[in-house]
Design a protein. Sequence first.
Lengths: 244, 231, 222
Amino acid sequence: MALTDHTLPAERKAARVAGQERDTKLPLVSLVLAGLSLIGGLISAWMIFLYAPTDALQKDPQRIFYLHLACAWVGMLAFVLLAVTSIVALIRRNERWDWISRANAEVGAVFLTIALVTGSLWGRPIWGAWWVWEPKLTATLIMWFMYIGYLMLRSYMGRTLDSMRVGAVMAILGAIDVPIIYLAVNWWRGQHPTQVSQLPPEMLLTMLVVLLTFTIFYVFLVMQVYQLQRLQTLAQRLRLLVMR
Amino acid sequence: MSALVEIRRLRKSFGLKPVLRGVDLMLGPGERLALLGANGAGKTTLLRILACLTRPGGGTVTVAGLDSVRDAQQIRRLVGFVGHQAYLYEELTALENLTFFGRLYDVAQADARGRALLERLGLARRMHDRVATFSRGMIQRVAWARALLHAPRLLLLDEPDTGLDQEGQQLIDVLVQEHIEQGGGAIFTTHQLERALQLSERIVLLKGGKVALQDATEAISLADVQEQLRV
Amino acid sequence: MKQFFLQVFAILWKDIRCELRSKQTWFSMGMFALLVLVIFNFVFDLRIDDKATVAPGVLWVSFLFASILGLSRTMAMEQEQGSMDRLLLCPVDRRAIFLAKLLGNLLFIFVVELVALPVYIVLFNLHIFVGALVPVVLLGTVGIATIGTMCAAMAATTRARELLLPLLVFPLVVPVMIGAVRLTEALIAPLPNEPPWLGLIIAFDVIFLGVSTLAFQFIIED
């Protein structure tokens, strides 16, 4: 993990020469984000379970909504950022942006999976079914498939520049399609349950705090996975050199 | 006389393996350059970069004053490439292949030119047969026709005599000679060292992605080359 | 400009000629579309009055699956014979390559649809005005083919390309599928207050044609 910096002064100098210095400075930022996430997590837990009032209709299962919404938010944010960083990677031909893209995809996919599962768990007591084809869930499911498609594509194509460019195009196509999919699915089916404007202020506040915490946590995770991607690529490079 | 090809500090890595590590090279019009080196030294990669099939990873590559990154399409018009693969469509006939590529290169009267080239290369009777039915040597001749179709200024030849019989080789030599006399340039790779020394004005030897030897052919002996390849 | 379209049609012509001489794709695609239609007939036990509800879905699913099959085939063809380098060596506009590939794929799929449509109408015993169905099929197919051509190029170099292709295509073509099915339904049994599906499909086609034309070159070359 990139939380601590084990590099020697000589290695740091070599890294600076190779233009990689910025990567080794990340530990401090990571620590700060980790700390904030932890604090935010504790506050969120308190707010979700104790501070926020119980919903009149749905009772306690409603509390999973905070987790569900936050994960869905992060999943979608990650998707948009995936497209953005992919475009940058494409224009600059810089593999660092590609590592960020892959990190976004991996973290986003996990959060979106959790969003789908929590959505299902939330829906069960309310709708009586583990799954309904209502617009937001359907659109989320399709986005999830796009994540999987992207990850599989990158996995099969390896760590080449070809892979980077193809992944970027896939991400761009997906990002452009998402609003259209959302529109189509909405026209096709009815409405999503809770309207945000109808929530009491305590719930609203809880929701915002949880959203903020998850966003910070998301950035932290992306940084870690970015380091992982960087190290995996470097390891592969070394392996190839040694094998000659 | 301005250079036809100018390469400075060319670098290229594939997947994550460095193949070219800072290559400098120059070629003038009317010159033939023999590109030598062991397998894996980077010769094919160099030719592919000049043909604009791949981008350089670093450094500059200039063909007839055009930059290979910015002006790639224009360079492609000026370059004829004969590579390891035939780059032909097996389901089409020899002539159909040439008329097709002629259209893409915007060659005037591609059909007539294709016929003429195929006749010169001894394929007059087979020009309406599908390439899938051709032998290796015949495919190579059609590949040569494709490379010469648009009257390129620079010929890039990656082991161009593979598969050719004696007659084929002689036909090719004549065509290259004509090309050179008209002011064109050629860079070719080969493992036949004597032939390389015979047919070139300059020699460049690559080793591990770098230039180990570069000079006018008359200044280099066979022994020099063999030693570089051995070490 | 004229040169550009000359290149598009040169490549298209070459692809058609090569495909005709190998004779494999058209027949298997046609058979496949028919098979899917017939199988769905048994699956849904369509000797019922409710045919109108499932018929549009059945039609578009068969079109989609047949398209995927056709795309895989044309993708494999280019891979088999040593990749795009043959084209990339030439000073041909990369956007022309995309359009040529797209038109080729469209042509294949249209021929299959041409065969499947009358059979479909007979099998499901539908009383609809075929003329109204044609624009829907045309526009929907353009959407599927555009996405399909891009994804086929993306998956072409991977080991599991036949598996990856539908995985990439299906999520992306959801708006077209929904719209096309709804429009086909409306032709059989018109509904009031339907959202502008045709507009959606046209917008989809225009947007993705534009984006794909620009983005294709990044897929195929360095």
